[in-house]
Design a binder for this molecule. Structure first.
Ligand code: LUO
Ligand code: ZN
Length: 326
């Protein structure tokens, strides 16, 4: 289906700004148009003099550089970008941050997992892959995603920033590097602690404060599946576990260390989620809600519901296990 941006109804344009958007209902060709629409509706086309044809070429090259793997694929890129887009509207961020920062956030989300191979940093480092060697074990995946993003932007026909002044381009490049590198979950606590320390006197006129907020926003967008309706979120967990199980199977075959929460013989859906939601997701979202209270209703409530759902599922599994063993 060729959906030109003109054909997107006002209803879909509004729905696209909400965290309940269901990615599973849309084909890739339609998603390409929805991504263009985000750049248009945030006025990036006019503000940064982006030629629509260049934006289409950029998004097509991004589409080609995501791999066909269960989780870290083009649909994940769209989900993260759509959540970032929803957060920008939900928190009315346009009134607090300038367009350059918003352009950095949206473009970082689009590019943040480019050419992901389905094997995480622990695997890259343990298996001494080319990426681990090239990046000296320092966030090998995230460094690669970012390098691929700028390989694409080096192509004139894909360079959506080709009409911005060089000073602004330098700021955009610095911001995208910071945001994409911030998605390395091994830095989760470092970034959260820094954000927590700024909260009591958060100052939108401070570049340092805005930089940490942008890192928090891409982190939240990246791992926010459970903030979506259950029928949208649950299939994503199946995809994630498929990718994790594939990695742990390969690790066992190659005699490499196996990450416990990836081992199909150890992890169950509910057990992986209850821990993740309680110890990673909720603390992160609650810190952000300190700055934007409206997120309590739109993001935190759905996550608490998901926690309840997986806790019940965990108990049911326990009961079933105790029955079968007794
Ligand atoms: C601190 O580093 C961590 C912490 C937790 C996890 N993942 C988990 O605990 C488990 C497997 N669950 C989980 N992990 C998730 C989700 C969304 N993204 N995501 C994910 C995917 C790839 C890499 C890291 C994470 C957190 C999700 O809904 N659940 C992975 C890395
Ligand atoms: Zn991601």
């Amino acid at each position: 289906i060729q959906m030109s941006s003109l054909e997107v109804s006002e209803e879909v344009r509004q729905y696209l700004k909400t965290p309940t958007f269901d990615n599973w209902q849309w084909e890739d060709a339609e998603i390409m148009v929805l991504l263009q629409l985000m750049y248009t509706d945030l006025d990036f086309i006019t503000t940064f003099n982006i030629e629509p044809e260049v934006l289409r070429e950029f998004l097509f090259e991004v589409y080609r550089r995501y791999n066909h793997i269960p989780f870290h694929n083009f649909k994940h890129c769209f989900c993260v970008t759509q959540m970032m887009y929803g957060l920008i509207w939900l928190t009315d961020l346009r009134s607090r941050m300038d367009s350059v920062d918003l352009l950095i956030m949206l473009t970082s989300a689009v590019c943040h997992d480019l050419d992901h191979t389905g094997y995480n940093n622990a695997y890259q480092i343990n298996a001494r892959t080319e990426l681990a060697l090239r990046y000296n074990d320092i966030s090998p995946l995230e460094n690669h995603h970012c390098a691929v993003a700028f390989e694409i932007l080096e192509k004139t026909e894909c360079n959506i920033f080709r009409n911005v002044p060089s000073e602004q381009y330098k700021r955009i490049r610095e911001g995208i590097i910071k945001c994409i590198l911030a998605t390395d979950m091994s830095r989760h606590n470092e970034i959260l602690v820094k954000f927590k320390s700024l909260l009591p006197t958060f100052d939108f006129s401070s570049k340092d404060h805005r930089d940490v907020l942008m890192m928090i926003l891409i982190k939240v967008s990246d791992i926010s599946n459970e903030a979506r309706p259950m029928e949208v979120a649950e299939p994503w967990l199946d995809c994630l576990l498929q990718e994790f199980y594939n990695q742990s199977d390969v690790e066992k075959l190659e005699g490499l260390p196996v990450t416990p929460f990836m081992d199909r013989d150890k992890v169950t859906k509910p057990s992986s989620q209850t821990g993740f939601i309680r110890f990673v997701l909720l603390p992160l979202f609650m810190e952000l809600a300190n700055l934007f209270p409206c997120l309590e209703l739109h993001i935190i409530d759905p996550v608490r519901k998901a926690l309840g759902y997986y806790t019940e599922m965990e108990k049911a599994l326990e009961r079933a296990k105790s029955c079968s063993s007794s």
